[in-house]
Structure formats: structure tokens, C-alpha cells
Design a protein around this ligand. Structure first.
Ligand code: CA
Ligand code: CA
Length: 158
């Protein structure tokens, strides 16, 4: 009985330390994600068959979401991360024209539009992107034209 007890206690301690190690560990982010202000971000560029919705789904599969940008400071960080790339962000007005909604439900308060944007050009531009100089434009969900984004930015809230 005494012998059994000696065996049991270390086994329980080992089990406890294993479970603590698992819960203490931060959730994984993909290789290459950049930490900023407690969140992680990653640009996916030169994406084949790109669409806003596919970008949204891919970010979600990885436990993140399309980037939700809520301050000048964060907008400038994302512009630096993109470094000239033209990338979708996580907002749209596809539900009701002119009513922009962030993918994670964050209230639409901060904006960083380029002059003359959003213009809903052709009546079909319902998706947010950060243009090459980092300011925002509204564009279509997909398309191969030169004025279309080539990637998207994912964000993880950790
Ligand atoms: Ca629109
Ligand atoms: Ca536009």
C-alpha cells in the first residue's frame, strides 16, 4: 500500500504539470506572423484565386480574422507590414450600402480612407482594402484587374 502511494503521487504531479504546460502556452499563430501591441498579424500576398471571402475564411481557419484596424497607430502598423502590398482588411458594406461592418463585430468608429474613398465605384465596391500607401479604399470582393488587391492581412487577438 505504501509502495503504491509512492508511485501514484509522482504520476499525478506529472499529469498536472503536463496539463499546466498546455494551458499556459499561447495559442499558435502561423510562422511569420508579427507581434504588435499584444496581437499578431500576417500579410498573405500574391494569393491565387483571391477573394475577400476566401481571405476571411482562411484567417478564420487559422484562428484569426481579417485585420480589424481601429486606430491611426494600428493603421500605420498595418501599412508598414504591407510594405506596398495592396491587401484586403476585415470590413464590408455588403449588407447595406454605406454601413461598414467589421468581421469581428467591433463598432465602426475609426476610419482611414484615402481621399475620394469610399466611392462604391460602379455600385459594386463593398470590401475594405489598404492600398499601396496604406490608406483605405473600397473595392470589389474579387477580380483580376490592376486596381484589385493581391492579398489580405490576418490578425490574431493574442
Ligand atoms: Ca459599397
Ligand atoms: Ca472605391
Amino acid at each position: 500500500m505504501r509502495y503504491l502511494k509512492i508511485l501514484t503521487v509522482p504520476a499525478a504531479a506529472l499529469l498536472l504539470s503536463v496539463s499546466l504546460a498546455v494551458t499556459d502556452e499561447a495559442p499558435a499563430v502561423p510562422e511569420g506572423a508579427v507581434e504588435h501591441a499584444g496581437h499578431h498579424y500576417k500579410l498573405f500576398d500574391d494569393v491565387e484565386d483571391l477573394s475577400w471571402n476566401r481571405g476571411k475564411a482562411h484567417c478564420a481557419e487559422m484562428g484569426g480574422h481579417l485585420a480589424v484596424v481601429t486606430s491611426t497607430e494600428e493603421a500605420e502598423f498595418v501599412a508598414t507590414l504591407c510594405d506596398g502590398a495592396y491587401a484586403f482588411l476585415g470590413a464590408s458594406d455588403d449588407g447595406e450600402e454605406g454601413t461598414w461592418v467589421w468581421v469581428d463585430g467591433t463598432p465602426w468608429e475609426f476610419t482611414w480612407w484615402m481621399d475620394g474613398q469610399p466611392n462604391n465605384y460602379g455600385g459594386v465596391e463593398d470590401y475594405l482594402a489598404t492600398y499601396k500607401k496604406g490608406r483605405w479604399v473600397d473595392v470589389e470582393a474579387s477580380g483580376e484587374d490592376f486596381w484589385m488587391p493581391t492579398g489580405y492581412v490576418c490578425e490574431w487577438d493574442y
